[in-house]
Design a protein around this ligand. Sequence first.
Ligand code: AMP
Ligand code: MG
Length: 294
Amino acid sequence: MGKGKKKKNDESSAAPKQPFSEALRAGKGFSLADADPRATTAFEGDKKAGQQALADMGSELGDLQERLYAESKVDGHRSLLLVVQGMDTSGKGGIMRHVVGQFDPQGVKYTAFKVPTPAERRHDFLWRIRKGLPSAGQVGVFDRSHYEDVLVVRVHDLVPRQEWRGRYKLINEFEREVTASGTTIVKVMLHISPDEQKARLMERLDRPDKHWKWNPGDVDERLRWDDYLAAYQDAITKCSTAAAPWFVVPADRKWYARLAVSNLLLEHLRAMDPQWPDDVDFDVATEKERLAAS
Ligand code: AMP
Ligand code: MG
């Protein structure tokens, strides 16, 4: 009897944690207004433990990335695309440094999407996005994305309503096409609270070394918070598809957001399970002989 009881305790303490990709996925009925930006979903631990857990993931991420690249050299066509969206100060830069920075930069294709240039404007909104897609074996990273075309564009009426309304469907078709061609898409929204944003913006003004980041327009954007919230809610509701779901990451705690995005990448790469190519077109023994004799 004593044994039985002990076994039960062991089982519960060893219960697998819910994967971040399940816990953070914006499913049916998801409500951004009800999502807590301070949450530490799917992680039991404090900041120190979170930072350690992040540091511990680097080598596996690097190994999986190298496998993905190696696989593509033989017959692979697969790649990974991380899409990062979020309000100003939500921590996109920190994700680039601390999460994407764990990868070998040779295999990363990074694109930051700014206000479209005149040249970009001459094409449809997905033109510049297609150019940023990763090739086989690469990890693509979008710092902002085609979603700006239904976010800032919608909030500021940069195109007629009828036009942006048609874009959700175009985005879903585009992403379906991209995933069908072998690219796994991980879409992340860094979710911060207006209070946290205020504190982060104030810090930029308090610190001379952060003044270069200051953009007076950020305060104007802040005043449109509810409009952005509605635009994000629609983008998430309409474009969280089976092929490319949205993950909403609580981002008031920077350490947690970095840990969560890193885990999302790790879980997706593990599921892709890239393999070292084994059908090389040379004979190892012969090559060893030739090398030794050289
Ligand atoms: P940052 O990421 O802080 O360098 O700012 C880039 C700016 O470009 C943000 O204010 C975005 O809203 C803006 N932006 C990005 N894509 C678009 C777009 N398609 N149309 C209009 N503005 C955009
Ligand atoms: Mg900015």
